[in-house]
Ligand binder design. Structure first.
Ligand code: C5P
Length: 215
């Protein structure tokens, strides 16, 4: 079953691009970050911190989730709740724990179903789907990413501060890049795409062109 892996730093547009690609190709999509966010939310609700490795791993193993147009945790619609900054922050901390990553591995691979899968995350091309048919490492400058996130938040009616967003984003980048377990690195065979000055349409078109050139 073909897999296109899209990895890259936070807010690089991976989710939007992966969803659009999957729709174009008629494939499934895996938002692996959502699994780490769901684990974080489950931990928050049980009062588990990232220091309690065994409990965090147990929460990851026991996740009762359902993916579709909306995302459900234990039957509750948490699509918006998992996008909260506090959840994202704990997600990046629990994601640094190897037992948590191990607990989520089989669950991620199970998304590989006919006719194909577009998987987005940090380690799709390196760890989860090392045999992916196409690996894209999607980057954008920290400022471009902070501005995109700012716009999204304002459009959704939230208040936001661009400087705070930029600082948080750089801190999360550093944590994702420096951790010992599955740090954010491009697979050696990944094609790098800088979307700082590209529209969503242009970015999707480039990945599709790469895919069609290979298949
Ligand atoms: O992509 P998103 O911001 O939703 O991911 C939340 C957190 O989950 C990230 O900060 C990252 O630390 C972690 N993550 C990961 N590996 C993945 C996807 C996400 O470590 N494949």
């Amino acid at each position: 079953m073909p897999v296109i892996a899209i990895d890259g730093p936070t807010a690089s547009g991976k989710g939007t691009i992966a969803t659009r690609l999957a729709a174009e190709l008629g494939w499934h999509v895996l938002d692996s970050g959502a699994l780490y966010r769901l684990t974080a939310l489950a931990c928050l609700r049980r009062g588990i911190g990232a220091a309690d490795v065994a409990a965090a791993a147990a929460a990851a193993r026991g996740l009762d989730v359902r993916f579709g147009a909306r995302i459900y945790l234990e039957g509750e619609d948490v699509t918006d709740a998992i996008r909260d900054e506090a959840v994202g922050d704990l997600a990046s901390r629990v994601a640094a724990l190897q037992p948590v990553r191990d607990a989520l591995l089989a669950r991620q691979r199970a998304f590989r179903e006919p006719a194909g899968l577009v998987a987005d995350g940090r380690d799709m091309g390196t760890v989860v789907f090392p045999d992916a048919d196409l690996k894209v490492f999607l980057v954008a400058s920290a400022r471009a990413r902070a501005e995109r996130r700012y716009k999204q938040l304002i459009e959704k009616g939230f208040s936001a501060n661009l400087d705070t967003l930029l600082r948080d984003l750089e801190a999360r980048d550093a944590r994702d890049a420096q951790r010992a377990s599955a740090p954010l690195v491009a697979a050696p065979d990944a094609l790098k795409l800088d979307s700082s000055d590209l529209t969503i349409d242009q970015t999707v078109a480039q990945v599709l062109a790469w895919w069609r050139a290979r298949s």
